[in-house]
Design a protein around this ligand. Sequence first.
Ligand code: URA
Length: 446
Amino acid sequence: MNIVDIILKKRDGQALTDEEIHYFVDGVKTKTLPDYQISALLMAIYFSGMNGHEVASLTREMALSGDCLSFPALRHPIVDKHSSGGVGDKTTLVIAPVVAACGLPIAKLSGRGLGFTGGTIDKLESIPGFRTEISEEEFTQFVSQDGIAIIGQSADIAPVDKVLYALRDVTGTVDSLPLIAASIMSKKLADGSDAIVLDVKFGSGAFMKTPEEAIELAEMMVSIGEENGKKTIALVTDMTQPLGCAVGNAMEVKEALDTLRGEGPVDFRAECYALAEAMLMAGERAKNEEEAQRLVHDAITSGKALAKMKAMVMNQGGDVSYIEDPSLFPKAQYSLAGRAQQDGVVSAINAETIGKSSLLLGAGRRRTEDRIDPAVGLYVHKKVGDTVKKGEILFTVEANDESRGAEAVALAQSAYTLTTQSVQRAHTPVYAVVRKDGVIRTEKNA
Ligand code: URA
């Protein structure tokens, strides 16, 4: 077999065989293929696409390129949840304790943020002492004992994805549906879960800009999961504006804690509940939507979900007093307001621009080795559909460097669009639900 022939075949729009895909992935893994040939094939895939069988085969090969975890000592089913990435997306911090409180174990591997999207591991590390790298023995012990543990994903899970992602990032091939689907699902196939709930986002703060593109990606990922024996459900959700109000690590943990206390922003709460309910049904803990809704409601109102959060923080070495009293989280030195320049109604908030503004402040990283400042970020006070008066505060920037803070305010200001017309607020952030047997659009979008 020859890599040039494989590149030519894909360039000319033909489907690759399982053997050819194996040859490619093995060449990446063993470092026998040079970056220029790997990149050429990625570009050919970008333009020619892949059929369902090819994507499933690429995903499987990528998953098998590293460790495939299994947790024989744990109670199954284990249901995983994965988000395709967004701004202000702190859903795992709420969903994991809620689902654990409902009796379904959470044994979760999460990622760090890169670029304008945040990562659960960075958010958890803003709790002083919280350890995201623990031994496999501790991990299984905590899940057996309290039904919950969240750790960082090891470098040994789907290592070929790391190589391919780094090359995609510098060759204009990130936003390819088959490559995104294979990248995400290769890590999910290897993480020891039995079922997966995917949160596939669309909008200015997501890879997929339109709901229809997000549905296509969701269908591809659901089919990969199901073909590999994992029950897979995807919720297609709105990322046309930041999720909730807080963007920034400690600020997001505080918002998640509010939500675990039954408060928190309406859109964020609704999305967390919908994802948690989907997990309970995927894990057969709830027979139907009504039962799932009741379980989630009880987990929050009884305080059991918050207690699960405390148990996880305690087990993993974090300071529980921060969970009991979130005002202990460090505050940034400067709080700078962004104000409305005119009367009007907020018609759009570009989530990517808000994410970039938080990156400027040090809330995220441009390179993997960058350090994160947990205290900085933005708080979005006015969301799409809100009426504002000239001079009213739209958002506040929390900064530890005054001049960077001023830059972040100017950038975030440009994310807002105000109109004099009335604007309809979405009644739910969930646009559609994708299962192996089809797509159900929520009422408003049907
Ligand atoms: N998340 C991933 O892990 N991979 C992609 O390609 C996109 C989002």
